[in-house]
Design a protein around this ligand. Structure first.
Ligand code: CS2
Length: 494
């Protein structure tokens, strides 16, 4: 038997008869994108699209410079360095077919904590026309309810005090734009690729707010020299597990330290608002639109909310992955009814986008047994997810005096989630930047249920809405005295 081949530039051609490898000349690639946050999601989505452009259309002008800014991201930086930016993308569809592609669009990589000045210089380089971001929902430092930038956030405060050794994206960007202005260079597009409603507008708001504190004189230049398109990104991407690494070695004889798995479905819709000319990404299926709002709402309130719901309810039951929960007919009936009765009515403006088709496809995507998407991934940082994915539905429904039964049930289940024990008596791990608050409030809710709803930064004024509060209290009592599955069955039968 042959030995596995270590993935790097020297060896990649020898893999050509096993998997799809880059056929373009990587030395000819021009780096015009700097991407901050080389997450698994970035690697299956944007980097994949740019790779396809190079591979299928010989467009070598959209090379990516990957950048990470957090100490915790050292591993991906080391892996990309070792593997010359190459990595394996394993696409798994619902029928069990697996396709492996070696992605070659990330051609440079920088690590902020090691050399912040190098990152700032790279961002300021005139070749960079787009600075894109995947910094996760909590990277924007927003107050979930007011939607405003949290100026008091400790890392923001640190950056204000030490502007030349930044920690946050905002700190880096301000230095890069300052250099561009000083050198008489043009600005660029800042493209957010995170799951946030109006992600570009949000980024703009947060960034300009930060700039007004540290470099107010830069504001007029920025107004003329930057754009912040909104975008909707979609591709389910589980965390890589050891089994993925082993399977690649066993079945394809490829030794890759950190391959990445995703579903076959993929979607990217971007508001056409670029500082330089609109990128030629339509060739690989990227859609440019005038208005993103409808696409955004549909995706966040159906897919991401659907995930959060399966995540919370499934974890309470004892399931470990999305597909386990989604293939349980009781859980799926609950979710379908939530979508039909509580979400789709508030998506009235998106009829032309065929919400029904999206929903039907979504159910198959959730059920895909080959994507081992862990519920712990889904439930991490729920304090940023619930307000972004579920509360908009609740608020719209309440405004119109419409049903919020299942949504209130989910919020009650979310409170129970912080008891930290499932219905099989097993303890599960809670991972959230405000986990102490969530756990404390959930504990207090045993005596006074409203205490959980009083976390203002999460729920805003929802605790003052009598219709919601009554339902929530009723469901919480039910959930604390019956198994989650029995409660769901009860729902489905009524
Ligand atoms: C998930 C998303 O993190 C989550 O809660 O819902 O990562 C989801 O898988 C992606 O947005 C799919 O496009």
């Amino acid at each position: 038997m042959q030995n596995p081949v270590y993935l790097n530039i020297e060896n990649v051609d020898s893999l050509r008869n096993r998997v799809s490898t880059p056929t373009f000349d990587r030395d000819k690639i021009k780096t015009s994108i700097a991407h901050i946050g080389v997450s698994n999601f970035h690697r299956v989505h944007q980097a994949y699209y740019m790779h396809e452009l190079m591979q299928k259309h010989d467009r070598l002008d959209y090379g990516i410079c990957g950048i990470d800014l957090l100490d915790g991201d050292r591993k991906i930086y080391n892996v990309l360095k070792d593997q010359d930016g190459l990595y394996s993308l394993i696409i798994k569809d619902e029928n069990g077919s697996h396709q492996v592609k070696i992605i070659g669009s990330i051609v440079e990589y920088f690590f902020g904590p090691e050399n912040p000045m190098a990152v700032i210089e790279r961002l300021a380089n005139p070749d960079i026309e787009i600075i894109s971001l995947t910094i996760a929902e909590d990277g924007y430092h927003l107050n979930e309810i007011t939607g405003e930038f949290d100026q008091e956030h400790p890392s923001v405060d640190e950056d204000v005090k030490n502007p030349f050794y930044p920690k946050t994206v905002f700190g880096y960007l301000v230095q890069a734009f300052k250099l561009r202005k000083l050198r008489g260079l043009s600005g660029c597009t800042v493209l957010s690729c995170d799951n946030i409603k109006g992600n570009g507008d949000t980024m703009k708001l947060s960034f300009l707010n930060y700039v007004s504190q540290v470099e107010p004189e830069l504001l007029p230049w920025l107004e003329k020299n930057s754009t912040f398109p909104n975008s909707m990104v979609d591709r389910i991407t589980p965390l890589t597990i050891q089994e993925d690494i082993e399977a690649l070695k066993r079945d394809f004889l490829i030794e890759d330290q950190w391959p990445v798995v995703c579903e076959s479905f993929s979607n990217w819709v971007i508001e056409d608002n670029f500082f330089h000319e609109t990128p030629q990404w339509g060739k690989v299926g990227v859609q440019f639109v005038k208005q993103i709002e409808f696409y955004d709402k549909m995706k966040l309130q159906l897919l991401n909310a659907g995930h959060t719901i399966l995540g919370i309810l499934g974890t309470l039951h004892g399931y470990k992955t999305v597909h386990e929960a989604a293939n349980d007919e009781e859980f799926m009936s609950f979710l379908k009814a939530y979508m039909d009765e509580e979400v789709i009515p508030v998506l009235e403006n998106v009829e032309t986008l065929s919400v029904e088709n999206y929903k039907t496809k979504l159910i198959t995507r959730f059920k895909n047994p080959y994507i081992h998407d862990s519920l712990s991934r889904i439930c991490s940082e729920s304090s940023a997810k619930v307000p972004a994915f579920i509360l908009p539905t609740i608020n719209s429904q309440l405004l119109k005096d419409k049903v919020i039964n299942r949504a209130a049930f989910v919020v009650a289940a979310w409170c129970k989630y912080y008891d930290g024990v499932n219905d099989q008596g097993k303890v599960f791990k809670i991972s959230d930047s405000i986990s102490n608050t969530l756990i404390r409030r959930s504990t207090l809710s045993h005596q006074d249920p409203i205490k959980f709803l009083e976390i203002e930064s999460v729920f805003g004024e929802l605790n003052t809405n009598p219709v919601f509060v009554e339902k929530y209290i009723g469901y919480l009592a039910q959930i604390r005295s019956h198994s989650i599955k029995d409660c769901i069955k009860n729902f489905n039968n009524n």
